[in-house]
Design a protein around this ligand. Structure first.
Ligand SMILES: *Cc1c(COP(=O)(O)O)cnc(C)c1O
Length: 395
């Protein structure tokens, strides 16, 4: 495809992309090659916790880039030590492995559980996962995912990931046997369409894992680092996992992820886990800069206020247009359109005049909202006003 003077042919065609090329971003706004502006409620897929090119991240990158970029993971570096220490302190999980993507962190969690099973549970290796769950795009994390349409892709799958149903503790119990080592889930299923696990289900899972001697693995790649108004979504239910994965918002836009584990679960020996970029100081410095802002109680209270404000707008839109309601937590929310017009709304919103609006439709009947955590109230009002006008037209 030719877009202005850009030629797209050299990039593998792995996704349907609209005919525009982004060249700049600031805060909640993106600009394309033609200078057209877009209000961004996707934010790199819930990645840019502080928006596009925030000064905190630009500064952290510039400063660290002039000090040290990559001494190799075979040595300690000060930026990785600082980030690991801070994550351990904030989460209560004392052991941290730094990675570059959510899938890599989850792959590490799966390996950790299998290692733990080989040490403590006679080789048990099965991890109970969930229908419609999403854990990434490596072979093992695809196998752990319950995404519709993936069940026959890239066969044979990695075995050992039986699927239970979210919020159905009996469906979990029914899958537990001598081969089971862990249960793994997202506190809010993001890609499935923002489907929360209830607090009572989370507590029942914690109790079941304790009773059966299983690891509870939480994938907070999407829900972690303030997205739901708490630093970690597990805080809402008052449960603490044995293993936790983080990604997306932790890097605020740069490739950074983390695998965290309790003392008893952290059983990797030398050589079990690693990676060339794992713990590189350039990304670690950004992670610390993001946490310095997001982990402040006042900032997290602001996420709740903004989330409530967005929720009020979505409820009003639902009532006005006869839609099927909204759900989610903090600034990870979905509007149920009640019929399969999600893609049409996303398309129309992007083409809005004079400025576009970027939304996401993870399911045919859904819109998902994942703005920057410091989105302004005016930006939320503006988005809701534009969406109201669009829904009027489409009706
Ligand atoms: C995005 C996501 C992943 C995968 O993260 P990548 O950085 O794309 O590998 C894993 N789990 C959840 C819950 C996610 O939302």
């Amino acid at each position: 495809m030719k877009i202005d003077h850009f030629e797209t042919d050299a990039l593998m065609d792995v996704a349907a992309r609209p005919p525009l090329v982004f060249v700049e971003g600031r805060g909640s706004w993106l600009a394309d090659h033609a200078g057209r502006r877009y209000l961004d409620f996707v934010q790199g897929w819930a990645v840019n916790s502080l928006g596009h090119c925030p000064p905190e991240i630009t500064m952290a990158l510039a400063t660290q880039a002039q000090r040290l970029i990559s001494p190799s993971p075979a040595f300690f570096n000060d930026a990785a030590l600082a980030l690991a220490h801070r994550l351990a302190e904030l989460s209560g999980l004392p052991q941290v492995f730094l990675a570059s993507s959510g899938a890599e962190a989850n792959e590490g969690a799966i390996k950790l559980a299998r290692k733990w099973g080989s040490l403590h549970k006679g080789g048990a290796h099965e991890i109970v996962t969930f229908a419609d769950g999403f854990h990434g795009r490596t072979l093992a994390t695809m196998s752990a995912s319950g995404k519709a349409g993936w069940d026959r892709l890239f066969e044979p799958k990695v075995p050992g990931f039986p699927k239970a149903r979210l919020n159905d503790i009996d469906s979990v119990r029914a899958l537990i046997g001598p081969g089971t080592v862990a249960v793994m889930l997202e506190p809010i299923q993001g890609e499935a369409g923002v489907v929360p696990a209830t607090a009572s289900f989370m507590r029942a899972l914690r109790a079941l894992c304790d009773e059966q001697g299983l690891l509870l693995i939480l994938d907070e790649v999407q829900t972690g680092i303030g997205r739901t108004g708490r630093l970690f979504a597990f805080e809402h239910a008052g449960v603490v996992p044995d293993v936790l994965t983080l990604g997306k918002g932790l890097g605020g836009g740069v490739p950074l992820a983390a695998l965290l584990a309790g003392r008893q679960a952290a059983c990797f020996a030398h050589g079990d886990q690693g990676g060339t970029y794992c713990g590189n100081p350039l990304m670690a410095a950004v992670g610390s800069a993001v946490l310095e802002v997001v982990a402040q109680p006042r900032f997290l209270a602001g996420v709740i206020e903004r989330g409530d404000h967005l929720q009020q707008h979505l409820l009003r839109l639902s009532a006005t247009h006869g839609l099927a309601g909204e759900r989610g937590g903090g600034l990870l929310r979905a509007l149920d359109l009640g019929r399969p017009i999600g893609a049409a709304v996303v398309e129309a919103a992007r083409q809005l005049l004079p400025e576009g609006l970027l939304l996401n439709s993870p399911r045919p009947n859904l819109l998902r909202f994942m703005p920057r955590l410091n989105v302004t109230f005016e930006e939320i009002d503006r988005m809701a006003g534009q969406l109201d006008a669009l829904l009027r037209q489409i009706r």
